[in-house]
Design a protein around this ligand. Sequence first.
Ligand code: COA
Length: 188
Amino acid sequence: MNIDGADWLIRDYRPADEGAWLRCRVLGFLDTSYYDDVLVSKPRHAPGVGLVATAGDDIVGLCDASIDEASATIETIVVHPDFRRRGIAHALVQHTCERLQRAAATTVDAWTREDPGTLAWYQAEGFSAVFRYLHVYASTPQEMERATTPRPGLMPRNGHFHAWESEEAILRERFDRVYGCNRFMKAI
Ligand SMILES: CC(C)(COP(=O)(O)OP(=O)(O)OC[C@H]1O[C@@H](n2cnc3c(N)ncnc32)[C@H](O)[C@@H]1OP(=O)(O)O)[C@@H](O)C(=O)NCCC(=O)NCCS
């Protein structure tokens, strides 16, 4: 499938696109509340739909959707900041929805935070807000202390802790992501 814009083209995602796909996602999230949501490999959605917008050799937009019987979800839609307001996301979602319909999906949803441009875009595409919950980050030691003191209504999702090396063995048993943090020095 090729749908040309003035200086861009939409086509199916290919495995060789992965690096460019990840870079486009990072750059597209940089000015949003998802700025630190960085992936190092592309999630697979099967069954699903994966389209990209290209300009020359670069990926400048992407849309990934998953399908669960009649319900589909837009997992990611991102347009590179230098290519926005040219109808790329509109074309991506239109063609994604056509594919989803052909796969027998009857609804499509998406989850996003409160970035005004993104909300305006979803509304312009005819989506309606149906549910809202909160994402809460504990970003400082003080906030982390507040978060780890039992508090009704706060559902732990993730956190970032410091620990001493003496705890390493037990922490590696209990947590997937345990990194040594090394201080390097040299005499000059
Ligand atoms: C949201 C996003 C995908 C829109 O991409 P886009 O290609 O610029 O959108 P389009 O060109 O298809 O916009 C279509 C319409 O949506 C609305 N719209 C899009 N961006 C808007 C903005 N920043 N402010 C107000 N309205 C906006 C407008 O009505 C626009 O039509 P217009 O340009 O003729 O006024 C893009 O801004 C983006 O990548 N945002 C960051 C990533 C993100 O938050 N993704 C969603 C979470 S997964």
